[in-house]
Design a protein around this ligand. Structure first.
Ligand SMILES: NC(=O)c1ccc[n+]([C@@H]2O[C@H](COP(=O)([O-])OP(=O)(O)OC[C@H]3O[C@@H](n4cnc5c(N)ncnc54)[C@H](O)[C@@H]3O)[C@@H](O)[C@H]2O)c1
Length: 433
């Protein structure tokens, strides 16, 4: 393909070099005369292992040139990739001015060219940015089919960027409505196995990845600081932690949904942060976990309140499916809150047998919910009744069983990512999706 790349910084220069090694013809565009001059000599404008060789070879094969002239680049290519910077404004907000400017210039140049063009944004932009920029600068071109626009987040790391380009850790491409780009585009640019989603989802994936990386690094560093204070080598602690690829380094616990609870996580986070505090070690991230979990629970309560329903049903009271452990179960807090606010509450949890509860688990009932026996329904139909808000915390009934009892007078809040609930005649609302 003939491709123009806007922004010859860390991302753009590597993308340009790598695309030429796949036999694409590339025109680099930058506002910086010095970078363009270097590029035209095959000299990388940045330090990146392997890039110099790629650019030299591309020059020899006449597959690479650079310019400061947008019209020239658009006229000479069929697809443009935008890799200009998106720095932080002093307020911390994202500065999209370079992307906006380049989008406007590309729009004008495509109009002059008058033949269909593909535009791919690679700069990191917050969800909604592609849509806003298209609406502001490119609406007539896009609706008139002169321009197809994609958002294609970049996951390369500086210093291993060439290898990352060849073998990306993740490939996601966003189109306006989530429809798949043409197979020729998938093969030439995005990769046939790239996930295809809509623009904002693709934009959000990039932020979720970077926030996750930052959270991992911060977590390891906080464990390191607490460990050092206790004369423990946190490097070996973290090495061992990483050996658990079932619960730790895995997709487990990585689904938005229920707040955490149970007999271990809240207690152990509390003990660790208390120990850190008494040892004089500041661990803001670990300190934030219980507060964030509490905030999550509050947002569920707000959703329930917003339905305006005065009858509520909780499906699953214990802290997770197939256990009768009620200790620090978030749904016990939900039940107490709803009762305290005068709602009529019914609970269905087939794993709970009150007469079998003993010890600390029984104390939760005796102290916090002594009237649980009257709320707990053995039968799903009696629990659901004829109306009310259904807080589906767990899959404690089959979808067919639910379908037999749920009507359009019910309002289901799906706390657990049980998306088949959408098929029921009730009003459906996802907790945090
Ligand atoms: N650097 C990374 O490792 C990395 C990784 C993934 C994603 N990203 C994202 O990619 C984007 C680019 O990052 P970068 O590190 O390559 O930035 P950079 O600052 O190194 O390069 C940006 C380039 O854009 C040029 N530019 C600005 N306005 C222009 C215009 N109107 N026309 C043409 N060129 C213009 C600048 O002169 C500069 O050379 C950012 O959104 C960044 O968040 C960066």
């Amino acid at each position: 393909m003939k491709i123009s790349i806007f922004g010859l910084g860390y991302v753009g220069a590597v993308t340009a070099g790598c695309l030429t090694s796949h036999d694409h013809y590339v025109v680099g565009v930058d506002v910086h005369d010095g970078k363009v001059a270097d590029f035209n000599k095959g000299v990388p404008p940045i330090v990146e292992p392997g890039l110099e060789d790629l650019l030299k070879r591309a020059k020899e094969r006449q597959l690479l040139r650079a310019t400061t002239d947008c019209d020239d680049a658009i006229a000479d290519t069929e697809l443009s990739i935008v890799c200009v910077g998106t720095p932080s404004a002093p307020s911390g907000a994202l500065d999209l001015s370079y992307v906006r400017m380049v989008a406007g210039q590309i729009g004008e140049a495509v109009k002059k060219k008058g033949t269909p063009h593909v535009l791919v944004f690679r700069s990191t932009m917050l969800p909604g940015s592609t849509e806003a920029i298209v609406a502001e600068k490119l609406a007539d071109l896009e609706s008139g089919d002169l321009l197809s626009v994609f958002y294609y987040p970049e996951f390369l790391r500086e210093s291993t960027a060439v290898a990352d380009f060849e073998e990306p850790s993740l490939a996601v491409v966003g189109s306006r409505d989530g429809s798949r780009p043409s197979e020729s585009l998938m093969a030439a640019l995005f990769g046939e196995s790239a996930a295809v989603v809509n623009w904002p989802t693709a934009e959000m994936v990039k932020y979720a990845c970077n926030a996750f990386h930052a959270a991992k690094i911060t977590f390891a560093n906080e464990i390191g600081r607490v460990g050092k204070q206790m004369k423990i080598d946190a490097k070996s602690v973290m090495n061992l932690l990483c050996q658990d690829t079932r619960l730790n380094i895995s997709s487990y616990y990585m689904r938005p949904g229920n707040p955490f609870g149970g007999s271990c996580l809240p207690k152990d986070v509390r003990a660790l942060t208390n120990k850190a505090r008494s040892a004089g070690v500041n661990v803001p991230m670990l300190d934030s976990l219980l507060g964030s979990n509490d905030q999550h629970l509050r947002s569920l309560l707000s959703l329930v309140e917003a339905t305006g329903q005065r009858e509520a049903v909780i499906l699953g009271l214990s802290f997770k499916s197939n256990t009768d452990d009620l200790r620090e179960s978030p749904m016990v807090d939900v039940a107490q809150y709803l009762l305290g606010h005068g709602l009529t509450l019914r609970i269905y949890d087939p794993a709970l047998n009150l007469s079998a509860l003993v010890g600390a688990n029984k104390r939760v009932i005796d102290v916090r919910m002594p009237h649980l026996a009257q709320l707990l329904q053995a039968d799903l139909g009696s629990a659901l009744g004829s109306k009310g808000v259904v807080i589906a915390a767990q899959k404690c009934a089959g979808i067919a069983e639910l379908a037999a009892h749920i009507t359009d007078h019910h309002h289901v809040i799906d706390v657990n990512g049980w998306t088949e609930l959408r098929e029921l005649p009730s009003h459906y609302q996802g907790f945090c999706w």
